[in-house]
Write a protein that binds this ligand. Structure first.
Ligand code: PEP
Length: 270
């Protein structure tokens, strides 16, 4: 693959939405720093300059990989953005085992996942913790990827829209409009995460449109039109195209399938 120059690696505006697209791979608790370096090198090799024009491509790696990936991406002028999977809401102090937003910002991290369903269900993060983390990420000049979505039970009970509304409303309450315009929200129905049962493009479009309408009603059309809304949940190379083409969807949050650079590259290229 020919050397790529950073200017050619900027995502173009999607003329249908006036927003750029984002495709982010959430590695979850996988890949040590050596595996991470190999995976990103392989992805860089597989992608063509035009792929970076289609969407911003982000790797959301475990904390221990971030420094190695920062150095690799910088030294080889790669076109990837770096993401982290979590952070604590305090900036420093006696919080053994936690990582703060300012620490991540120093590592060149651009995006931080906030409120991923695995954090909510396994680690007991409720909407008020999610709101504090979201604020902390913005205060460190990074961009939160707020994850929201209903469980299977909530969907069956007809509560999907109520759940999404509550999660978005509480999370963004303390965020001023100017910052909120930069937010990324991932509609990740919990029943689709890691199950192989992706939402249909109709479901994805419904979720993204609902989230946008919640922001519009709480703030303004200008804020909701600026926000980026992704779909996440069992995305693979076979369904990526129809999901990213769904109305109101600006990109994809990819979990399991992002661990294989070939599959992740196929998703971007699909
Ligand atoms: C995720 O973890 O955010 C996710 C969408 O996972 P998967 O693609 O494996 O369903």
């Amino acid at each position: 693959m020919a050397a790529k120059n950073r200017e050619t690696l900027q995502p173009k505006i999607n003329p249908n939405t006036n927003r750029t697209r984002l495709i982010a791979g959430n590695w979850k608790m996988n890949m040590n720093h050596l595996e991470a370096i190999q995976a990103v090198q392989k992805l860089h090799y597989l992608l063509r300059p035009a792929d970076y024009g289609f969407a911003e491509i982000c790797v959301i790696a475990p904390f221990v990989d971030l420094r190695s990936l920062q150095l690799l991406i910088d030294s080889d002028s790669m076109g990837f953005s770096l993401g982290a999977q979590n952070c604590y809401f305090e900036s420093k102090g006696a919080f053994t085992g936690e990582i703060s937003a300012p620490m991540l910002a120093k590592l060149g991290v651009r995006y931080v996942l906030v409120g991923h369903s695995e954090r909510r269900t396994i680690f007991g993060e409720d909407d008020s913790i999610v709101a504090k983390k979201l604020k902390a990420v913005f205060e460190s000049q990074m961009i939160p990827i707020l994850c929201v979505g209903e469980t299977e039970q909530e969907k069956q009970a007809g509560r999907s829209s109520e759940v999404l509304t509550r999660q978005v409303q509480i999370a963004i309450e303390a965020v001023p409009d100017e910052l909120l315009k930069r937010i990324v929200i991932a509609y990740e129905p919990v029943w689709a995460i890691g199950t192989g049962l992706a939402a249909t493009d109709v479901d994805a479009s419904w979720g993204a449109s609902h989230i946008r309408s919640v922001i519009r009603s709480l703030r303004s059309a200008a804020v909701s039109d600026s926000a980026h809304i992704l779909y996440g949940g069992s995305v693979n190379a076979g369904n990526a195209r129809s999901l990213i083409d769904s109305e109101s969807v600006d990109g994809l949050l990819v979990g399991g399938a992002s661990l294989d650079p070939e599959e992740f590259a196929r998703i971007v290229q699909s």
